[in-house]
Design a protein around this ligand. Structure first.
Ligand code: SF4
Length: 376
């Protein structure tokens, strides 16, 4: 039976079908298993690959306003059989949504015996509706200046990145700080910690010194990549599930090419190639446009700002000029809401960064209705 046919017949075809319907929004009258009325103010935004299904939800359970995560199962017993009662990642769950309450309990017991309200949500229930619309979608549709707000939040995120790297600039120098953030960004989430360790164990100064001493006449990008790969061989790197272009070996080759291009001699400070006031272009064989933007956003401009290598106005101008590297999966829903009238809310890297801040600090924190885009 297809998912649609299953829903029509009164059953969700899968847990992901149930989760998708929750995200679309439900309306009352809804009643919890403990007898209290339930009103969904905001269903939350989808969680990550692990942890609760939705984060940042807001629901009214009787007289209580609850903000937190929502977990969904076809059967209520799924909570224990999946081990969520012992998992601290589920400590923020405020609502357990199920299709069938096979345990018969009035509440689900979370860690420490906390009672989590249970809602039975049937596919054929009349209360279901499609197209939940949060306040930001209404605000955007009624002409709120979304782009300016996103750019303001994006600028805040840039300053946060600069503050984070400032101690490294102070202790290790501008070049080493840039080298570290370039490596961390190339690594992606899968190998960020390992590449950060690589930058500590094989610092930029050591690579540049070895290039001259060990590899006279050898292609510099190749030699730099060889040094990096040799040092990385001692680290635990994740390879499973990564696309070939995102594999550690490929990313270390890119790192070698960047090192050779940015630091062509023994000078290991701020690269002369990243001249203030000129268009910010990172180039290396095999470096795609999206990754070049990611490197500018997460490495070059934060270090330029933290170190004073560029004046603040130059950093801000370069930041605003960067194109979008492409929306992240976790922002898709937000992008749809903000682009209600057919616009492209994340058309630049700065706005996309603002979207990430909004998602992290408001959408996933139960702050819907109180964020800067909630409208007056
Ligand atoms: S927190 Fe703000 S941006 Fe996020 S969904 Fe709610 S209104 Fe929209």
């Amino acid at each position: 039976m297809s998912a649609r046919a299953a829903v029509a017949a009164g059953a969700f075809a899968s847990e992901s079908e149930l989760a998708a319907r929750w995200g679309e929004g439900v309306r009352g009258p809804l009643r919890l298993e403990d007898g209290r009325a339930l009103k969904v103010v905001f269903p939350g935004v989808p969680g990550g690959a692990s942890g609760p299904d939705y984060t940042g939800a807001i629901v009214e359970a009787g007289d209580d306003l609850l903000r937190g995560d929502v977990e969904l199962h076809l059967r209520a017993s799924g909570w224990r059989s999946h081990g969520h009662h012992l998992d601290p990642a589920y400590a923020g769950v405020v609502l357990h949504v199920v299709e069938a309450n096979d345990t018969g309990a009035l509440a689900t017991l979370g860690s420490g015996g906390r009672a989590i309200p249970v809602l039975v949500l049937r596919a054929a229930a009349a209360g279901l509706r499609e197209g939940f619309t949060p306040p930001c979608a209404f605000a955007a549709a009624h002409g709120m200046e979304v782009a300016a707000t996103l750019e303001r939040m994006g600028a805040r995120r840039l300053r946060q990145k600069a503050v984070r790297v400032a101690p490294l600039v102070e202790s290790a120098g501008t070049g080493q700080a840039l080298f570290t953030l370039l490596l961390e960004t190339l690594a992606g989430a899968a190998n960020r910690a390992a590449f950060a360790r690589l930058a500590r164990e094989l610092p930029l100064a050591a690579i540049l010194e070895r290039l001259d001493r060990r590899y006279p006449g050898v292609d510099r990008p190749f030699a730099a990549a060889a040094e990096l790969k040799g040092a990385a061989a001692l680290l635990a790197l994740r390879r499973a599930g990564l696309r070939p272009l995102a594999s550690p070996a490929r990313r270390l080759e890119l790192a070698g090419a960047l090192v050779a291009g940015l630091w062509p001699g023994s000078e290991r400070g701020w690269p002369a190639a990243l001249q203030e006031g000129t268009p910010l272009r990172l180039r290396a064989p095999g470096l795609g446009r999206g990754m070049a933007v990611e490197l500018a956003v997460n490495a070059v401009l934060p270090v330029a700002l933290a170190s004073g290598a560029w004046a603040e106005a130059s950093v801000e101008a370069a930041w605003l000029a960067l194109p979008s590297p492409g929306t992240y999966g976790r922002l898709k829903r937000l992008e749809g809401w903000l682009g209600h009238g057919g616009g492209r809310p994340f058309a630049s890297a700065a706005r996309l960064q603002g979207g990430l801040l909004l998602h992290r600090d408001y959408c996933t924190r139960g702050m819907c209705g109180r964020c800067p885009l909630s409208g007056a």
